[in-house]
Design a protein around this ligand. Structure first.
Ligand SMILES: O=c1ccn([C@@H]2O[C@H](COP(=O)(O)O)[C@@H](O)[C@H]2O)c(=O)[nH]1
Length: 286
């Protein structure tokens, strides 16, 4: 099961998941000038970030929106980035947040678990129900692939829907979390966690703490660290026995050189330092 690979990567390298949310405005001027096409610019930036942070990262999350935004050139950069990560044997989470009727989901599964855009894990929205997740399950069971389903997201507006009380007297996100854990029990790895994980932001630590208690088999993808205000203390309640989740930081790592007012040529070194600091900060509180 793919979750065993991720669990082992956390054991050996820590919890940091580097987010490759590469907006052109994050890329230093010297790199923008060096190439004539966008795909090469984005890819060289990503390659430097990957090479610089890999020692401290258990996985990389590639947010597809940042690539789709640049059309075909962006998608070419997306593919080159995935190929490079695979070549380096890094674990790839494609943040695609899909959710659709099962026939369409079959095509999303094929598109992101096979071919040009193949990744190890993808993110899904559960809004359309469990039948929208069904088409991915064969890949989870037989093809070493995994899912992270949105449960309690990191954004402020998460409350608008995820906090609505259900007829059973619990919040929608609680119900979703339970359904994901129940479904996931059919896809457990040797590590005790399921290859069907949940997305739980670290910007609301109290709910996270509750969820961790009941979700003993659900591995968490935890966004919200750094740019969204989450820190190591907020992450700790979401982890369990030193494992159980990976923590994403995108802008915090990609833009570390700008925040420090550092030399643009050294953006990789700043990203590395930030990933190292993050790994250590989380390591110190768990
Ligand atoms: O609840 C969620 C789910 C996904 N995200 C994604 O994570 C990163 C966060 O980026 P930062 O720059 O570290 O804030 C981004 O790709 C989001 O789409 C999330 O933030 N919250």
């Amino acid at each position: 099961m793919i979750i065993d690979r991720l669990y082992e990567a956390v054991e050996s390298k820590g919890h940091v998941c580097v987010g490759l949310d590469t907006d052109l405005s994050y890329i230093p001027e010297f790199l923008l000038k060096k190439h004539t096409n966008i795909s090469d610019v984005i890819f060289e930036f990503n390659k430097t970030i990957v090479d610089s942070t890999a020692d401290y990262a258990s996985c990389f999350k590639v947010q597809i929106a940042y690539y789709e935004a640049y059309g075909l050139e962006g998608l070419l950069a997306y593919k080159k980035t995935l190929d490079y990560l695979r070549e380096k044997k890094e674990i790839i989470i494609a943040d695609i947040k899909r959710g659709d009727i099962s026939k369409t989901a079959e095509m999303y599964a094929k598109g992101h678990f096979e071919g040009d855009f193949e990744s190890d894990f993808i993110t899904l929205s559960p809004y359309m129900g469990l039948d929208s997740i069904e088409p991915y399950l064969d890949y989870v069971k037989n093809k070493e692939k995994g899912l992270f389903v949105l449960v309690r997201t990191s954004n402020e507006g998460a409350k608008d829907i995820q906090f609505i009380d259900t007829a059973e007297g619990e919040k929608i996100y609680t119900t979703v979390g339970k359904k994901i854990q129940t479904l996931g029990e059919n896809y457990l790895g040797k590590c005790g966690y399921s290859s069907i994980g949940g997305v739980v932001g670290c910007t609301h630590a109290d709910e996270g703490r509750e969820m961790r208690k009941t979700h003993d088999k659900t591995f968490f993808l935890i966004p919200g660290y750094g740019a969204q205000g989450g820190g190591a203390d907020d992450v700790a309640p979401l982890l369990r026995d030193g494992n159980g989740g990976v923590v994403n930081s995108s802008r915090g790592i990609l833009l570390a050189y700008k925040k420090a007012d550092g030399k643009p040529e050294e953006f990789g070194a700043y990203a590395r330092e930030e990933a190292k600091k993050m790994k250590e900060a989380i390591g110190n509180v768990i």
